[in-house]
Design a protein around this ligand. Structure first.
Ligand SMILES: Cc1cc2nc3c(=O)[nH]c(=O)nc-3n(C[C@H](O)[C@H](O)[C@H](O)COP(=O)(O)O)c2cc1C
Length: 204
């Protein structure tokens, strides 16, 4: 199928994940275009759109959200999945509210009538020496809230990107392909437990 990977990045980690995802989709015989949001790609004509963004200030990078907003109508017609690159992967409950982790994805779910059928977090990287002065100050505060010090750290793992690609293709096949306007009702007939039983029968 034809896949568009659209992403934004500030320090390059999300770009690394997007390029690796492209290679892994291509290894599985799919045709992939990778494009930065700044190039304003059109999602028309693709079977699947992958949205990739780093988390900044507790949410998906606003440049990706702006692109989503600008192409909302077209994006309702095509199945979507996303990956977010972040440092606070596990998330926590902070002052009684969900904070970090997959809660970072909420704006991407709320942006659509027909939401992405799959999405996950991928570990990010931080190198204080590469940050702008302003970003370094912000990150010192971010880690202070977590009771940690800002230091060079990488949570990025190629295995996470591989798992993302594998699951996107699996779930696309199971139900994701119907996650488009006018067809999403069909996805409701997908029965997860029945799938598990079917797989159990196949594997004995
Ligand atoms: C100013 C700033 C704010 C950040 N805010 C968050 C945040 O709220 N939550 C989080 O998990 N990671 C946060 N990060 C970490 C980034 O998500 C991480 O460094 C990521 O790898 C950046 O991706 P990029 O290289 O594609 O820009 C922040 C980083 C910076 C520099």
């Amino acid at each position: 199928m034809r896949i568009l990977v659209v992403y934004t990045t500030r320090y390059g980690t999300t770009e690394k994940a997007a390029e690796l995802a492209k290679r892994l989709f291509e290894d599985r015989e799919h045709k992939v275009d990778v494009s930065r949001v700044e190039e304003d790609p059109s999602p028309i004509g693709y079977d699947l759109v992958i949205l990739g963004a780093p988390v900044y200030r507790d949410g998906p990078h606003w440049d990706l959200m702006r692109w989503v907003e600008g192409h909302k109508g077209e994006l309702e017609e095509v199945p979507k999945a996303f990956f977010l690159v972040a440092m606070h992967l596990a998330g926590s409950v902070f002052m009684g509210k969900l904070h970090g982790g997959i809660a970072y994805a909420q704006p991407l779910i709320e942006a659509f009538e027909v939401p992405p059928f799959y999405g996950t977090l991928i570990g990010g990287e931080i190198d204080p020496d590469k940050l702008s002065d302003e970003d370094r100050r912000k990150m010192v505060r971010f880690y202070a809230v977590l009771g940690e010090k800002l230091e060079k750290k990488s949570l990025f793992s190629e295995k996470d990107v591989e798992a993302f690609v594998r699951r996107v293709l699996l779930y696309y096949d199971w139900f994701g392909k119907h996650f488009r306007r006018g067809e999403v009702e069909k996805a409701k007939s997908f029965d997860f437990m029945e799938k598990v039983r079917e797989l159990e029968r196949l594997t004995g």
